[in-house]
Ligand binder design. Structure first.
Ligand SMILES: Cc1ncc(COP(=O)(O)O)c(C=O)c1O
Length: 379
């Protein structure tokens, strides 16, 4: 793994086991590899055309087919904009649909770049707490009564949620949709982890709930997480109505979003159209890894609170009861030589949390857990 030049295995020293950034340790699906090889072998590096159209159009068509097949959600490719990545796909609608000083509701803890988007664009963060109810993390928009006002323009929803691994139920999504409608907000719905959901749970695209919520929802997604191709930079932004798309394009010209590159386009289309057998095998492995992680923590480190994630390959570990006198990230980095994602990057109050990326082989997973147990016993 260390021969790879990816973030996960390159950032920390050779004695540190990485379990941080959302990259998986699994070889890419064969159809994706073949799509990339085809371009490389033909040295086919011109402005890409696919099926008589600009290559990005192939992504929009593939996205529509994928949503229909996986989630029964009818998508019009004309409402889809291809782009390079989802952080870009968060900045752009924030800039298009709000002004500096306006409020943006964000579930906390959350994927760190969302906080950066709100801060660097001069918007005001309105936190919506994800609370541990004893068996999972939940949020209640009723807590925001009196906090949101006419200048609260946007609700950033992350579903499945990073880092808690929640896959919101239809009832929860309906409540969030009602809240957004009642307060006239635009929702940016990040659904990048939608393909990695475990038995007993179901991903429901927010915009599929109905036309009223769709008309104010920008859905952003890509195959980069579930198919482990984050270096290939290709994503989509979907508008739930033509009016929403036109309002967006009046503020952010499509040219400003750039075009995804040829390799990203072909890899995305290959992932969505021919990658499912690979994804099924990976999901089955991740389910075993999740259960092993949660089981070993309960048996050997019961002081750590961790609800089995319902989706994603990320587990959110509350280490408060271990009483570290440093942050949980520093403890495990210094004493166990493990690099997790630091809880405080998801929410400044969460310095006793770490996010554990368990998308690795069973031997590495066991080594990570062994190191944790040994370090805690010694402390
Ligand atoms: C919730 C969420 N959104 C967006 C991204 C960004 O993905 P990308 O950089 O591949 O577009 C990530 C990456 O981990 C993520 O977890």
């Amino acid at each position: 793994m260390r021969a790879l030049r990816n973030s996960k295995w390159s950032k920390y020293g050779p004695d540190v086991l990485p379990a941080w950034v959302a990259e998986m340790d699994f070889a890419v699906a064969e159809p994706i590899q073949q799509a990339v090889q085809r371009i490389v072998e033909a040295r086919d590096y011109g402005y890409p055309m696919r099926n008589g159209d600009k290559a990005g159009a192939a992504v929009t068509v593939s996205f529509a087919a994928r949503m229909k097949e996986r989630f029964g959600w009818e998508v019009d490719p004309a409402l889809v904009l291809p782009l390079a990545d989802l952080v870009q796909g968060t900045y752009a609608p924030v800039l298009a649909f709000s002004e500096p000083g306006d409020g943006v509701v964000l579930q906390v803890p959350n994927y760190p770049p969302f906080r950066d988007v709100i801060q660097t664009t001069g918007r005001k963060l309105i936190p919506l707490a994800m609370r541990d109810d004893g068996s999972r993390h939940v949020c209640d928009t009723a807590e925001l009564a009196g906090v949101v006002d006419g200048r609260t323009r946007i609700f950033v929803l992350c579903n499945p949620q990073n880092p808690t691994g929640r896959v919101f139920t239809r009832a929860e999504l309906q409540a969030m949709a009602r809240f957004a409608i009642d307060h006239d907000m635009i929702v940016i719905s990040d659904e990048i982890h939608a393909d990695l959901v475990y038995p007993g749970h179901q991903h429901i695209p927010l915009a599929s709930l109905g036309p009223e919520i769709a008309a104010r929802t920008v859905t952003i997604t890509s195959p980069t997480k579930s198919f482990n191709i984050p270096g290939l930079r290709c994503a989509v932004l979907h508008f739930g109505s033509a009016r929403l798309r036109d309002r967006f394009l009046a503020r952010i010209p499509a040219r400003l979003m750039g075009d995804p590159n040829a390799i990203g386009v072909d890899a995305t289309v290959a992932a969505w159209s021919a990658g499912q057998p690979w994804l099924d095998a990976v999901t089955a492995h991740l389910l075993r890894a999740r259960d092993r992680l949660v089981g070993r923590l309960q048996a050997e480190l019961p002081e750590i609170r961790c609800h089995a994630p319902e989706g994603t390959f990320l587990a959110w570990l509350d280490c408060t009861k271990l009483g570290f006198n440093t942050s949980a990230f520093d403890f495990f980095h210094d004493k166990a030589r493990i690099a997790f994602s630091a809880g405080e990057t998801f929410d400044p109050a969460c310095h006793q949390f770490v996010r554990f990326n368990f998308a690795t082989s069973m031997p590495i997973l066991d080594k990570l857990l062994d190191r944790m147990v040994t370090a805690v016993r010694r402390s």
